[in-house]
Design a protein around this ligand. Structure first.
Ligand SMILES: [Fe+2]
Ligand SMILES: [Fe+2]
Length: 509
């Protein structure tokens, strides 16, 4: 329901945006969900009067992010190049065999017809897989029960000692006026209303406070333990249970070659940084560290595409989609012959937008040599080290859905994905999903390296035993990003050694 001006003003002020232009105010008044729009304005860091209706209505697939100067990368340099030790990157790629094993890829396996039954099957599959992981990985205080049975026996589960446990899908997560977190939990048998209190002082439990602060995503699968209220209408949550295990033991490859990561090259766009590409090619052909790089993972948006957003035509240097792919193939051809590329699609590529996305068509693939084409996401191993590569479109949903995730820190979205063992939980958000009978976005195995792109940032950090790589773009700030004050971090090549898991980032900007 549309809100009135006073309510919208209140929400804007609470979001730290005291002033907006009249057209933006009119737009919010007419919008069916102004609160979410304001949340998005807040998380994007846009400055009140700089916001235009156009910036709010433009293609949601484009990146909206905060005004920020690029943060200096912490790289120790020697002779103008990042410093590295031979023992951390021990083996030259030219001596190594290619060892790529794909564990999950939707390509050729998509069987959905998009019917209601398929959607139910996809959710049941998600619930079943994640239920097993929650039972295996989190310390449930007792066996979970079906929600219908819990409700039928709710008088047994009242008072501090009589804990009940349920596992289900999150519906309608929201914060109350007092900052508590309310949501419903649903399984095939029924649904209950849950409340996680925002406790203060000595009663405060840090993990709870963090979840209350962040919120939950619609369609998350979690476990709850707690007790019913006196009248049985509300389930008071004592603890939440996620499917992630506390830590992961990385696998180390026997042959110590390296893998490098890039995404969002956006060839065909006028803002593609061609000179910097050639600088990287020169480095690849001359630097001893480059000689260790056996694999280059390209996590989507390698071309800018055609017709992706209104007015894109004016920003293209190559207006033909096939021409963009052919040009990219030529640019990859300049890499040394020991480098094997692994390429997946993103939301700018010529495949269906619904995830999981199959790989590019054979008539596009034929232009490329030494490239393995996979879908998005793809779960695969390189020399026995497990990688999960996902373009990262759902980061847009995590930014909109969780208060702690921002475009400034996209790896927080990756941590949240691992915690949920799911890449894109929200149905009906910004990420189109294909309802496959097996939910292809469940993180079946914890990866040793988890890589995304899409947000044109850059990071490489460890999280509970998994290396998280937010791979850098090769596109300069676009006019749209400039309007929003978004500063990308382009032209960083992330290199991780598969034998030692040491990483280094090489700047070419
Ligand atoms: Fe992109
Ligand atoms: Fe993208």
């Amino acid at each position: 329901m549309a809100a009135d001006r006073a309510q919208i003003m209140q929400h804007l002020r609470a979001a730290g945006i005291p002033l907006v232009s009249r057209p933006v105010m009119d737009f919010l008044v007419a919008h069916p969900d102004p609160v979410s729009m304001i949340k998005e304005m807040k998380s994007s860091g846009m400055n009140g009067l700089a916001i235009t209706v156009d910036s709010l209505t433009r293609n949601p697939g484009r990146v909206i992010a905060p005004i920020a100067a690029p943060e200096p990368e912490q790289i120790s340099m020697r002779n103008n190049m990042p410093d590295w030790k031979r023992e951390d990157f021990p083996m030259d790629a030219i001596d190594a065999m290619i060892d790529i094993k794909v564990h999950y890829d939707i390509t050729g396996n998509s069987i959905t017809e998009g019917k209601m039954g398929d959607i139910n099957d996809a959710f049941n599959d998600r619930l079943e897989r994640l239920r097993k992981l929650i039972i295996a990985n989190s310390n449930l205080p007792r066996r979970p029960m079906d929600i219908a049975r819990l409700q039928a026996e709710k008088s047994r589960f009242q008072g501090r000692e009589n804990i009940a446990v349920a596992i289900g899908l999150v519906n309608d997560p929201r914060h109350t006026k007092n900052g508590h977190l309310m949501f419903n939990i649903e399984d095939a048998s029924g649904e209950i209303s849950c409340l996680l209190m925002n406790r203060k002082g000595d009663d405060r439990i840090i993990e709870h406070a963090q979840i209350v602060e962040a919120g939950l995503m619609p369609d998350d699968v979690i476990g709850v333990s707690g007790t019913f209220s006196q009248n049985g209408d509300m389930f008071y949550v004592d603890d939440l249970h996620f499917p992630m295990q506390s830590s992961h033991d990385k696998k180390f490859a026997e042959q110590g070659v390296s893998v490098a990561f890039l995404s969002d090259i956006h060839v065909g766009s006028k803002t593609f940084l061609e000179a910097q590409w050639h600088k990287m090619i020169q480095w690849f052909n001359t630097d001893p560290l480059a000689r260790t790089i056996k694999y280059l993972v390209l996590s989507g948006d390698c071309v800018d595409g055609v017709g992706i957003y209104p007015g894109q035509d004016k920003e293209l240097s190559i207006k033909d989609l096939y021409g963009q792919y052919s040009r990219f193939a030529e640019l990859l051809e300049l890499l040394p012959e020991w480098v094997e590329c692994i390429m997946l699609p993103g939301n700018h590529d010529a495949v269906r937008p619904a995830e999981p996305q199959p790989t590019l068509e054979p008539d596009i693939q034929q232009d490329f040599n030494t490239t393995t084409f996979v879908g998005n996401p793809c779960d695969f191993s390189l020399d026995g080290v497990r990688l999960l590569s996902y373009h990262g479109k759902s980061i847009d949903d995590f930014v909109a859905g969780l208060r702690t995730v921002t475009y400034r820190d996209p790896v927080e979205a990756m941590r949240q994905m691992l915690r949920r063992r799911h890449l894109a939980p929200q149905w009906g958000g910004k990420t189109p999903l294909s309802p496959e009978p097996e939910d292809g976005l469940v993180i079946r195995e914890v990866p040793d390296i988890f890589v995304t792109g899409h947000v044109h940032g850059h990071a490489c950090i460890d999280f509970r035993g998994t290396t998280l790589v937010c791979s850098s773009t090769w596109q300069d700030q676009t006019s749209y990003q400039r309007m929003l004050g978004f500063q990308p971090k382009p032209c960083m090549l992330t290199v991780v050694n598969l034998g030692t898991h040491k990483s280094i980032s090489i700047p070419f900007a």
